[in-house]
Design a protein around this ligand. Structure first.
Ligand code: 15L
Length: 281
């Protein structure tokens, strides 16, 4: 598991062993904890070769996880992602679970038909627009989103060219609890994230799959069908977990596009660069 010391990685290191997985973590700065760890950088082929010896599957979480200047994105999410897939191929690892993001399709209206309504992959009124399918075409909202789309394309390539099996998780908002109105739709709980990775590792029907990384939120905009097809059964629901009951904001009040705030004009790369400069002063 690359990125084993990151936010999602640390949580996986706790939850996946309880589901029967023996994990080897890989990170620049491995955290001390319950799993075996190898120190290294995802752009270093030799370090990756050491880490992948004898493993059956790769869970690739490492990388830049929000918008950043291009050299940062390029190094971590383009070069690093390529080196991870390539090392997996060299090592004969057949399966990769790749942490993509909703920001690969961030400029897509958040639900076909625009308006929000209860998810239509559960019983719903005929007039409800269908939830957005997991294989909705790429429409990145940031350079970060572009890099996630690159990883998905790379995954597709390794499936077709080298007969590998790849799941790309278009992750929504991974957090202990839904942090805001948008997350009422986009939240992925740590436990459901583990259930999703577990399903992707176990299924014998993988091939290439795009899957929303989202919990069973009552107000979700995105379809769980692709996840269900792989055996993913989420159990958490943001509507039952909103930490502040006085806050009655609904997912309907969130921005109209999948990527939420990442689609705002203030999230363009010039604005992000400006903020990065100000923060480093
Ligand atoms: C992501 O891909 C980011 O890594 C995370 O920081 C959040 O912005 C999340 O998406 C989201 O869309 O809520």
């Amino acid at each position: 598991m690359t990125g084993s010391s990151g936010r999602i990685g640390r949580s996986r290191a706790k939850l996946l062993p309880a589901m029967g997985w023996q994990l080897r973590g890989f990170d620049q700065q491995p955290a001390s904890g319950p799993i075996e760890q190898v120190a290294g950088d995802i752009t270093d082929p030799r370090a990756l070769d050491r880490a992948m010896a004898g493993v059956r599957a790769v869970v690739h979480l490492a990388g830049q996880s929000t918008e950043a200047p291009w050299p940062v994105i390029r190094e971590a999410n383009i070069e690093g992602c390529y080196q991870v897939f390539e090392a997996a191929r060299r090592a004969g690892v057949r399966r990769v679970v790749y942490a993509s993001s909703n920001h690969a399709v961030g400029f897509t209206p958040r639900q076909q038909g625009g308006a929000s309504s209860p998810a239509a992959d559960t019983p719903a009124l005929a007039a409800d627009p269908p939830p957005l399918a997991a294989d909705t075409p790429v429409r990145p909202d940031t350079l970060y989103g572009v890099s996630k789309a690159f990883g998905e394309a790379l995954g597709r390539y390794y499936v077709d060219r080298y007969d590998m099996q790849v799941a790309c998780l278009r992750i929504g908002t991974f957090d202990d609890a839904p942090p805001d109105a948008r997350a009422m739709a986009t939240w992925l709980s740590p436990q459901d994230c583990a259930r999703l990775v577990d399903a992707c590792l176990r299924t014998d029907r993988l091939g290439f799959a795009l899957v929303w990384g989202v919990s069973a939120n009552r107000d979700r905009w995105w379809s769980l069908d692709a996840g269900h097809a792989l055996g993913y059964q989420p159990l958490d629901d943001a509507s039952l977990r909103r930490s502040d009951p006085a806050d009655a904001v609904k997912a309907q009040d969130a921005p109209e596009r999948v990527g939420g705030g990442f689609t705002d004009p203030s999230f363009g790369i010039d604005e992000v660069l400006q903020r990065t400069r100000e923060e480093s002063r």
